[in-house]
Write a protein that binds this ligand. Structure first.
Ligand code: IVH
Length: 700
């Protein structure tokens, strides 16, 4: 049924509608800001807010105390104290296909260099769809409970967690001095239904799903409310745990059971990818009867010494994998194709769909990836299409029903100019002779879309992480001329002081929210160097590369100067950059291209007037190789190349791909050739693998 426009509604209808909108917007705010899991697009969110504002305009007497107009986007975030996780809380790599499971085992085997005949034991258990929590016990007593947050820092929710019956206050049996037990807080289907019934009886907000209900219940300021909500817990992992006596994942989790924690009864020890898949299927079959939401099966390498050797790539362990359940599907109409312009000028097509419910969530757009994808699927406006949501919130189009194609539907023509600035949009020729799949706007910083996207990236979570400066606010501030370039963020408060048009007088703002924003900005005047580099938004420079650069160059000024030198063909600077591990020609080219442009240097210089990036602490400051530049060459026999690299980095060393006079140490195995010669030429110390292990003191 089409929605009535605000001026067609009666007083009673408007009242009901305002209540509904307040609830709906609050929920999206919570998903967006509280859980980082939005389920609608920005445009849809804006439409809800606009409708709310229009209704309030017409019926000022109906404005609710809880009206979204009285709040900025963010739900109150500062209500809980922060907790630094001593051991980061990580996420898991995802898999969707059966073949990913054998690949996972293959990767583990290769990394550890295990012969085919060696059995790898893997635990398989349900992936609970709740929220993860870290419980700290000291001398057997619960002293702190923290949410995951961004993995490094979470919220202190101890008082609330103490109300959860599944979480013991005191550990049973012999208590270690320190133990952090981690797991998932969730709500059962039955309790969720009961809670929602009660909420609507009491005229309170209802929850969209058990996960939201659990999150909302845990993040209550008043812990008596949490106590009234039936939250449950499963233990499946740990953080700081210096006295762990067990040697396997399985034994630790079984140990948790003895200490008084619920552990999932469907956890099973498997010995092959076939066995894993059988268990996966059996869990999937029971999914509907479990009584709580799960969204896949988690596999973990059982031996803890192997887990330690496997370590992590960026934020996920190499020793674990989340095998998600197949996506849910629905059929709808492709109503249009919108083109979004990204930070690096990439034109991304987005399908505009007739809204349809897929697995409980209303979907109205889908990613189309790129031009070729549209052509390959021959998508035409008006087509009937099948959409699916796979694991995350971004839905995809998986099939077109040709028999339902409207007569006269024309093949889609991808625009050749940027819709935001009108510049030419090109597909680059690669060195390989292939054309890039992505069409890019050539407007650079004259393109308003690229500028806004760069600003969004700059303030985003893994970059400067400025709370309260989300995408929507950046767009607004950009359009109103308040923030045009990153350094403007840091002069905002001073300019506001002088200006007659104060921020606090803007719609949706007030003294408190302005102060909160300025405080959040001030907090970021000092920042880790890797975040600073990542925030610049240089093409191909992701978080990992930014970290390598930060470790290698040490300070923002030195990094800038060396990159400018490299972009002016200074051979030494160029070679040093190229020798860094994980930095290939494409990345080096992108970085020097960035520093070859005056306006980018200006952005960096302006920023450095307001922020001071700090050098990264070496991972292990006290290790004998920390701060050293190490190169591995020849055949390694005691560890794989990948393992060597990650061990060295863990110990605070830089790993380079080639030898130069900056190299401190060459670890050479049998068959070492040109690098060994190069090392001798530069007088670099050369050692073998056994000596490496002796020095770093790690046992093999
Ligand atoms: S293990 C280092 N096991 O999934 C690995 N996680 O995508 C720590 N989750 O943040 C996680 N069930 O909230 C693990 N049986 C399970 C899980 C599980 C649910 C969640 C957890 C984590 C997320 C990662």
């Amino acid at each position: 049924m089409p929605e009535k426009s605000p001026d067609q509604l009666s007083l009673a209808e408007a009242k009901a509608e305002l209540k509904r909108l307040a609830e709906e917007i609050a929920e999206h705010d919570e998903r967006y800001h509280g859980q980082d899991a939005p389920t609608i697009s920005d445009a849809e969110y804006d439409a809800l807010r606009n409708r709310n504002a229009a209704l309030e305009d017409r019926f000022p007497e109906l404005v609710l105390a809880s009206s979204p107009s009285n709040r900025v986007g963010a739900a109150p975030q500062e209500k809980f104290g922060k907790v630094q996780h001593r051991v980061p809380m990580l996420s898991l790599g995802n898999a969707f296909e059966d073949s990913d499971v054998a690949e996972f085992l293959g990767r583990v085997r290769r990394f550890l260099n295990l012969p085919e005949a060696t059995e790898i034991e893997i635990t398989a258990e349900p992936k609970i769809d709740g929220l993860s929590i870290s419980l700290r016990y000291e001398n057997g007593e619960l002293v702190q409970a923290a949410t995951r947050g961004d993995g490094a820092e979470g919220e202190n929710v101890t008082a609330n967690v103490r109300t959860i019956g599944d979480v013991p206050e005191k550990l049973a049996g012999k208590a270690p001095a320190v133990l952090e037990v981690r797991g998932e807080i969730y709500m059962s289907h039955r309790d969720f239904a009961k809670l929602n019934e009660k909420q609507s009886r009491d005229d309170e907000k209802t929850f969209a799903n058990p996960r939201n209900a659990a999150a909302g219940s845990l993040r209550q300021l008043d812990s008596s409310i949490t106590a009234s909500r039936p939250l449950r817990f499963f233990a499946y992992a740990w953080g700081e745990a210096p006295e762990l006596p067990e040697k396997t994942q399985w034994d630790v989790v079984m140990g948790f059971k003895k200490l008084g924690f619920p552990v999932n009864p469907l956890m099973k020890l498997c010995r092959s990818s076939e066995e894993l898949l059988i268990h996966y299927r059996s869990i999937e079959e029971r999914r509907a009867d479990l009584g709580y939401d799960i969204d896949g099966v988690v596999y973990k390498v059982n031996r803890l010494d192997w887990q330690a050797r496997l370590g992590f790539v960026s934020r996920s362990p190499r020793w674990a994998l989340a095998h998600k359940f197949a996506a849910e599907k629905a059929t709808t109409i492709l109503e249009g194709i919108d083109i979004q312009v990204g930070r690096t000028g990439a034109l991304t097509p987005v399908a505009r769909l007739k809204p349809v419910t897929v697995g409980g969530v209303v979907v109205s757009n889908a990613t189309l990836h790129n031009e070729d994808e549209i052509a390959r699927k021959d998508l035409r406006i008006g087509d009937t299409v099948t959409v699916q949501r796979a694991g995350d919130v971004i839905p995809q189009i998986v099939a077109v029903m040709l028999e339902k194609r409207p007569r006269g539907a024309k093949p889609y023509e991808f625009p050749k100019v940027c819709p935001a600035c009108g510049s030419h949009a090109e597909r680059e020729e690669r060195d390989t002779g292939k054309t890039d799949v992505v069409r890019r706007c050539t407007g650079g910083l004259i393109c308003p879309a690229q500028r806004v996207e760069r600003l969004k990236h700059f303030a985003s979570r893994n970059a400067f992480d400025i709370e309260g400066l989300g995408d929507k606010i950046i767009e607004e501030f950009y359009h109103d001329g308040l923030i045009q370039s990153p350094s403007d963020i840091f002069t905002l408060a001073a300019r506001n002081e002088r200006s007659l048009k104060k921020l606090k007088d803007r719609e949706g703002w007030g003294e408190a929210s302005v102060k909160k924003l300025f405080d959040a900005i001030d907090q970021r005047r000092s920042i880790a160097l890797d975040r600073f580099i990542f925030a610049l938004g240089i093409r191909h420079v992701g978080e990992t590369t930014a970290r390598v650069l930060a470790r290698s160059y040490g300070s923002a000024e030195h990094f800038r100067d060396q990159m400018i030198a490299a972009s002016h063909h200074d051979e030494e600077a160029w070679n040093e950059l190229n020798a860094l591990d994980g930095i290939g020609a494409v990345v080096a080219e992108a970085i020097t291209q960035f520093f070859g442009e005056g306006h980018n240097i200006e952005v960096v210089n302006e920023l450095l007037k307001h922020v001071s990036p700090s050098a990264l602490a070496a991972v292990a400051a006290s290790s004998p190789v920390s701060g050293k530049t190490v190169v591995f060459t020849g055949a390694l026999e005691m560890m794989t190349r990948e393992e060597a690299k990650s061990m060295a980095e863990r110990l605070g060393a830089k790993v380079a791909g080639s030898v130069s006079k900056k190299t401190d140490l060459l670890v050479a195995g049998p068959g070492a050739g040109s690098k060994l010669k190069e090392a001798e030429k530069h007088g670099v110390e050369v050692i073998d693998e056994a000596e490496w292990f002796r020095r770093v003191g790690e046992q093999k």
